[in-house]
Each structure stands twice: as structure tokens, then as C-alpha cells.
Design a protein around this ligand. Sequence first.
Ligand code: DLZ
Ligand code: SF4
Length: 513
Amino acid sequence: RGTLRLVLGDQMSDRLSALEGLDTARDVVLMAEVRDEATYVRHHKQKIALTFAAMRSFALRLEERGVTVRYVRIDDPDNAHSIVGELHRALEAGAFDAVVMTECGEWRLAQAMAAFAGVAQVPVEIREDRRFICTHDQFRRWASGKSQLRMEFFYREMRRETNILMDGKQPEGGQWNYDAENRKKLTKGLRPPRRLRTPPDLVAQEAIADVARLFPDHFGDLDDFGWPTTAEQAETVVADFLEHVLPAFGDWQDAMARGEPWMWHGLIATSMHLGLVDPLDVCRRAEAVYRAGKAPLNAVEGFIRQILGWREYIRGIYWLKVPEYRERNFLDADRTLPWFFWSGETDMACVADVVETTRANAYAHHIQRLMVTGNLAMLLGVHPDPVDDWYMTVYADAYEWVEMPNTRGMATFADGGIVGSKPYAASGAYIDRMSDYCGGCRYDVKAKAGEGACPFNRLYWGFLERNRGLLRDNVRLAMPYRTLDNFGPERRQALLAEAEATRTKLGAVTTLE
Ligand code: DLZ
Ligand code: SF4
């Protein structure tokens, strides 16, 4: 008798631990498109199409290698519509000695898997996901006994460990981090390079049609779908990035421009999270581009830090802190998420542009997510649950392990300072400095008060005033609090009142418990 091997929708990797030791003569790989996974949050249509297309292509790839795949399609009439339901169905349909799977990326499903393992009639082996560079054990060892878990120090360990961008025991170039060189505003007239997108192949076209038919009321458009759905397609995108885009990746990493969704960003998170691209391999190849003199250190270090540092760190934090992390609401935020996060119907030019690219592409780049939508949600005091739900829903690269510490931690400070040392709160001045949005906006980014003033401005001061008790002692906020104190009590009261009125007017109201 053979082994039943489960492969989930974000496990499209040839070297997946669940496939190790596979016996093509006897084993069966189970892959299932199920409603539970497609709707536990109402994912952007492109996210579902991407997942189904990648799963179908991966199943074909396995079959070409002689592997027997039990593939359950979303419109299969007998579909149990949950992963565990499909595991039971597969065990009933065939005789297996054991079930083997790779641990899954989300706590929610991990719980269901553990429960399944407890009741299954055959032994269930859950293997570690070895596609990450840092193991759970390694991360726990690093974290143990530390009062602060800063990414920067974790990242240095990872650099040493992997010997990436090292010069003996020292960091290449003498510094660990070159971000000070990565904050340029987009120079007038300079446009980002044309980016290689991936037109859907026949498998993806069919998946897109299925999603249009079966999930018509989910958020997002399918027209401009351009995500790689196979390892070969993803490789083409990675190669193009490393050659043409990486050299300038650093300089404008924090810049935003209206109608320019991609800038110099990597566009490989979807492929990496699905398992189509190997993170360590990409880091090594980026280093090779630097060693060959084809990209500067600030660009290559910044890019590698996102993968070797941030991505691994975020995943480590998630598994270290979940499930308690999912409940965190340090700032006691209690408002609803305004409707314009979905509709884009707002006269704030920056927000309208970000929602538009999000709907069209299931993508916005990190500074848009952090400093426009995330910043606004935090300033408005939106409860972390609807904020998480929004980020999980709208982005093609969102999985809870990566989304939650970024949203609850980095963007909104709901984790109270595990991921970031201060809230990334900013007024309109930051957005103005880093983008061309404000020139085309009906609001005046320079004005602090009055009907025509940029809403970010009063919301920013109102946020600091409202959370004075929780944030006043944060040394990294000493400067803004000093400014606020200098306003004097009357002006502070007036700012707070204006901010309150703006919160309500923008639709962030209190109806949540
Ligand atoms: C994201 C996703 C979607 C939309 N659909 C499926 C599916 O039908 N079947 C499946 O196996 N996986 C899917 N996934 C990915 C899972 O949600 C993902 O494996 C878990 O959230 C753990 O990261
Ligand atoms: Fe955004 Fe304010 Fe600038 Fe308008 S003025 S684009 S709302 S930051």
C-alpha cells in the first residue's frame, strides 16, 4: 500500500518535503481546490485564479514525471470543499498506509491538520517546510531570552549564517544596511522601467474563467492578470528583474508615483510564497549580480534584506506569537473600515490610486501598503480585525503568516512594538515628499486645519493626542510629542476635535464591540 501525500495550494515546489521519498508506483498526491480555502477570506479574484492555475500546472508537472495525482477541481460535484474533508474522502476512496504532508503556512489550517492527525485511521506525518531559510528551532533559539526582537539583528545572523554579502566576518562594504541611500524621491521626468508581466497561459486562462464564473462577487478585476503560475514563468520574471531592474531597486524603494504600480519592486512575492521560486537561490543570484559589478551594493543589500531578513523574520514572529498575536490591539482601535478602501471612491488622491492598483492588480508596493493604506487605517483607529481582513483579501501575495505581522505589527502598531519600535504614523508631508500624489489632489497638503487641509495632517496630530497615554514614553516619538506640547492645550483640543470629526466623516465609525 502506498502513502497519500497532500500538497496545498501554496506548496508548488519540486523539493517540497511532503514529496520526499515519493514512490511513483504506489503513492498518490492529493491536491484539492476547495471553497473553504477560497472563501475563509473573500480573496481577490486574481489570488484564487493564481492559486488554481498554479495548482493545475503543478499537477500536470507531477503527472509528466509519472506521479499519480488525485486532483479535485472546484466544480467537482463530490467536492467536500475543505482540505480535511478531501483528506477523509481520499482515504475512503483508496487504501493507504500513511498520510504525509508539509506543515501549512497558516495557524487556522494547521489547527485543522492537527485535529485530522488525531482522528485519522492511519499515521499522519507532518513535515517541516524546508523552503524557508530559517527553521522554527533556529528562530526560537534566536528569540529566546531577548526582550526585543528586532529584524535588523536577526538579519545580521542570517547574513553570517548563509555567508551572503559577507567579507570574511564583516558585512560587505563595512555596513550591514544601506537604507540611508534608498530613500530618493522620484526625479521629475524619470519613469520606472517597463516590466515583464506574464500573460496567462491556457491553464491560467481556464482558471480565470472558472473564478469569473464561480466567485463573481469577490473583490478585484481579472482583466490584467499577469502573475507567473509555473516555475518556468516565474524564473523568466526573476531573471528580468535581476538584470534590468535590480540595479536601481534601492534608490527609489520608498518612492510612489501616480499610475505607476510597479516602480522598481521585485514582483516575485506571489511566486515565492506559492513555492515557484526559491528564496535562498534568489538571494545568491542577487549577490552574484553585485559581485559581477552589475548592480550597486545599496540595491542588492536592500533587496536581499527583504528576503533573507524581513520575510524570514516575519514568518518567525508569526509562528512564535500565534495564536495570541491574532488578538492584539495595543491601541484599542475600535472603528470600522471606511467603504472607500473597497470602492476607491475618495477624493484623497493617494488613497484612490492605491485602491485602484489594488483592485486592478491584487498588488500595491510596500510603501503604498505601509504609508498610505496602513498609515490611514492606523490614524483612523480602525480595529485590527477588519484591517487584517482587508489586507488578506486584496493582495495576491497575502497569507496570514506574512500578512499579519506586517499589518498588525509593522503598519498599525497593534502588536504594541514587537515588529516595529514605533508606529509608522505620518502626516501628509511624508506622502508629499515621497510621491507626486499631492499635486493632483483637491486637498492642500501644506494646510493643517480647515476644510481643504489634507486629512492625513489632522488625523496624524489627533492620533498622537488620542494615544498620548500609550505612546508618550516612546523615545522615538519624543520629537512629535514635543511639537504637539508646544501647540498648547487649546490648540491641541481643537486638533483632536477636528480629527474626531474627520474620522467620522471618512466613515471610520464605532459600531464594533
Ligand atoms: C489561497 C488558497 C486558495 C485560494 N485556494 C486553495 C485551494 O483551493 N486549495 C489549497 O490546497 N490551497 C488553497 N490556497 C492556499 C491555502 O489557503 C494555503 O495553503 C493555506 O492558507 C496555508 O498557507
Ligand atoms: Fe494624500 Fe493629502 Fe497628498 Fe491628498 S494632499 S494626495 S490626501 S497626502
